[in-house]
Design a protein around this ligand. Structure first.
Ligand code: PHE
Length: 339
């Protein structure tokens, strides 16, 4: 038999067998029979040893032609004949599944964590503080007696049990913390506060505050340090340069009391800062000696400063959020922006 005949025979043989192939398994078997190392195709290679130069060349051409053709035909057939397992997987993967969304932490939780990290860099530890507090801790111990007009500043949610309420500010934990800890310390309390108010885009019945409290040996921990700490914090939080402006103000539990402003994002004044180039951002001051005394702190040796600001307000400024009510709305269109 000459080589051309053998080539033609093999080709016919494969085509005939392929015509009868039923499934992937049979196809794989046939493929192996033809292409394996000592299979039908490589059997033909014997002619490379037998033939003379001129004919060897012709044979080589035909051999490669056949090999390429068969490879192509097998590939095509493989595409048509998928195995039973593959068909099964095909069904599963192509079956339309239910859409589901991966959950994530809420913007408030994420940012609380960030703020705690920033304050850790500044030497402040984050302390857990209760949301249900006594009237004394929230008001009296902070120089806000029941007849004091400053109580009008906060519309309180009272708890039926007498003397308990939902804290109206995180300052409520100042005296309990002072009582139970020896200075020096620098701490922050961060968490929910509650005010019984009509809601609008700037007011919400529940929001979060960040309270800083530092008590260290005199003359450290003075107003200069307070200003520096606030500047560092706001620059890290807003990720930009910030100028701090302190204005005299009144909170009964600090003396002197300060209103803290930061420079606005704009250069020459804008609607947001009412063209003043500064935005009001926090309350602060030196802890009132009465408050320190109630916390059993020796006021001759130690002095303290405190500051407090609203977390939502910070975030509204940072991310340009127009309405505080989005935070508690549960609206996924809002929440997903920050996941
Ligand atoms: N507790 C004050 C408020 O709720 C803020 C504040 C904290 C002011 C600490 C001075 C010092 O507005």
């Amino acid at each position: 038999m000459n080589w051309l005949e053998e080539i033609t025979n093999l080709r016919n043989y494969v085509l005939e067998r392929l015509g009868k192939v039923q499934d992937r398994k049979e196809l794989d078997e046939l493929k192996l029979e033809i292409f394996k190392r000592k299979g039908k195709l490589s059997e033909l290679k014997k002619f490379f040893d037998i033939l003379k130069d001129e004919e060897k060349k012709n044979f080589g051409l035909k051999f490669n032609e056949l090999k390429n053709e068969l490879e192509r035909i097998f590939k095509e057939k493989e595409r048509q004949t998928t195995s039973r397992e593959e068909k099964f997987l095909d069904v599963i993967f192509s079956f339309p599944s239910k859409k589901f969304y991966l959950g994530s932490q809420h913007i408030i939780s994420l940012e609380q964590k960030r703020i705690i990290e920033i304050f850790a860099k500044l030497g402040f530890s984050a302390i857990d503080s209760p949301e249900v507090v006594s009237e004394k801790d929230n008001f009296d111990y902070l120089n806000i007696p029941s007849y004091h007009p400053a109580r009008d500043l906060w519309n309180t949610i009272w708890i039926k049990k007498k003397g308990l309420l939902l804290r109206t500010h995180t300052s409520a934990y100042q005296v309990p913390y002072l009582k139970n800890n020896f200075p020096p310390f620098r701490v922050i309390f961060i968490g929910k506060v509650f005010r019984f108010e009509a809601t609008d885009r700037r007011h919400e019945i529940q929001f979060n505050q960040i309270e800083g409290l530092s008590v260290v040996k005199r003359p450290e921990g003075n107003l200069g340090e307070l200003k520096g700490v606030l500047k560092e914090f706001f620059e890290m939080f807003f990720e930009r340069k910030v100028k701090i402006r302190l204005r005299p103000s009144y909170f009964p539990f600090v003396e002197p009391g300060l209103e803290v402003d930061i420079s606005c994002f704009c250069k020459n004044g804008c609607e947001f800062c009412s063209f003043t180039k500064y935005i009001e951002i926090a309350g602060a001051g030196m802890v009132h000696p009465d408050v320190l005394k109630r916390g059993k702190i020796d006021t001759l040796t130690f002095q303290g400063y405190a500051f407090g600001c609203g977390l939502e307000r910070l975030l509204m400024i940072k991310y340009n959020i127009p309405d505080i009510r989005y935070f508690l709305s549960g609206d996924l269109r809002f929440i997903k922006n920050f996941s």
